[in-house]
Design a protein around this ligand. Structure first.
Ligand code: NDP
Ligand code: F7E
Length: 310
């Protein structure tokens, strides 16, 4: 029997690479064009690619993605590029008659100022976080486009996964673009190399975040492909618990053997106070993450060391 053909966008990124290297992905015929081969911002190129390759399913994991500092620096492209990519791949897939699509959203889609776990029905029910509003708007529009297409013709099943923050192998460690955990690993590593006895934390460190190891998200996406029919239309992918920024720094220091101190720069941006996603729907569907924080940081740090040959 021929393998299910899957078009994976973002195959060169952290989520995409973790999926491509995940055990079991070889059951599928995955095509993963890089942006140099297929620019998702070019609608006619996307249309032509889908007509030529005719995948059975699309997994949309491409995006202009970065940490809080990148989002604050480039709101225009975080909005426009993600809007163009999302609209183009979803609309072109529909026009090509592709019936199954998994769209990757993000916990940034949720309204700010919620301390309780964020449920899928809360999307658009409040003010977005200003530091990544452009990115969030693009994510919401793409998810809604998927909804509307299904509403007009239920033969099209375009489902959205809403992951919490992700870290792991193939992450971005450049401070200009990185999220919290790769930023911590990079800063603490450089401090150790330089014999520095203090590392800077942005803000007072009391904000809370939920970071899932990228290998676990890959496992969830693979399960979503295999059990696509039972996958909810919108589903968070999370851990069910979070930590403070300070706790992430301490966990990384323990793993990396850093015994110095930390200093808080209260002038730096902190973003949402908390964005813990509800795992009610996810647990009912029957999936949970396997990697704990220490294990995830250990795997990420050893990847970082290999990449930096140190
Ligand atoms: N990282 C996180 O914490 C979270 C990520 N997500 C979502 O997961 C998805 C992947 O994120 P992540 O892997 O971290 O992101 P990365 O930045 O690691 O990867 C993004 C990918 O998108 C591709 N891309 C960017 N622009 C274009 C374009 N114009 N045409 C084609 N491809 C393009 C890049 O391709 P190339 O390398 O070929 O240029 C790159 O491989 C995104 O949708 C993101 O919103 C959701 C929640 C949390
Ligand atoms: C993933 C999801 O979420 C992203 O938003 P975010 O969670 O705010 O991004 P972040 O991981 O960069 O910050 C997390 C927290 O950590 C604190 N913090 C401390 N010290 C450093 C530090 O050195 N670097 C960074 N980046 N943050 C730091 C920082 O002050 C903030 O409170 C979106 O960009 C968007 O990409 C999106 O989809």
């Amino acid at each position: 029997m021929s393998k299910l053909r899957i078009l994976l966008t973002g195959g060169g990124g952290m989520v995409g690479r973790n999926l491509l290297e995940y055990p079991g992905i070889e059951e599928f015929d995955v095509i993963a064009p890089r942006s140099s081969e297929l620019d998702l911002c070019n609608f006619s190129a996307v249309q032509a690619y889908l007509q030529k390759h005719r995948p059975d399913m699309v997994i949309h994991a491409a995006g202009k993605v970065g940490g809080i500092q990148a989002n604050m620096r480039e709101p225009v492209h975080f909005l426009m590029d993600n809007l163009d990519m999302g609209r183009n791949i979803v609309w072109a897939a529909h026009q090509a008659g592709i019936k199954r699509l998994i769209n990757l959203g993000s916990s940034c889609m949720y309204p700010r100022n919620h301390n309780e776990p964020l449920k899928e029905e809360m999307v658009l029910k409040g003010e977005l976080e200003p530091t990544n509003e452009g990115y969030a708007l693009a994510k919401v529009v793409t998810a809604r486009l998927c909804d509307y297409l299904m509403r007009e013709d239920a033969n099209y099943q375009y489902k959205t996964l809403i992951p919490c923050n992700i870290y792991g192998r193939h992450d971005k460690f450049d401070p200009a673009h990185s999220h919290l955990i790769p930023a911590i690993i990079h800063k603490v590593h450089l401090a150790k190399l330089a014999g520095q006895t203090s590392v800077e934390i942005w803000g007072d460190g009391t904000a809370r975040r939920e970071f899932m190891y990228a290998g676990d998200l890959a496992d969830a996406v693979l399960r979503a492909i295999k059990d696509f029919e039972t996958l909810p239309t919108y589903m968070n992918v999370g851990l069910g618990h979070d930590y403070t920024i300070n706790e992430y720094y301490q966990a990384a220091a323990d793993v990396m053997g850093y015994t110095g101190s930390f200093v808080h720069d209260l002038g730096k941006p902190v973003g949402m106070a908390r964005k813990l996603v509800s795992v009610e729907r996810q647990l009912a569907w029957g999936w949970k993450a396997q990697n704990g924080l220490r294990e995830g940081i250990e795997k990420t740090y050893s990847y970082y060391l290999k990449e930096h040959q140190q």
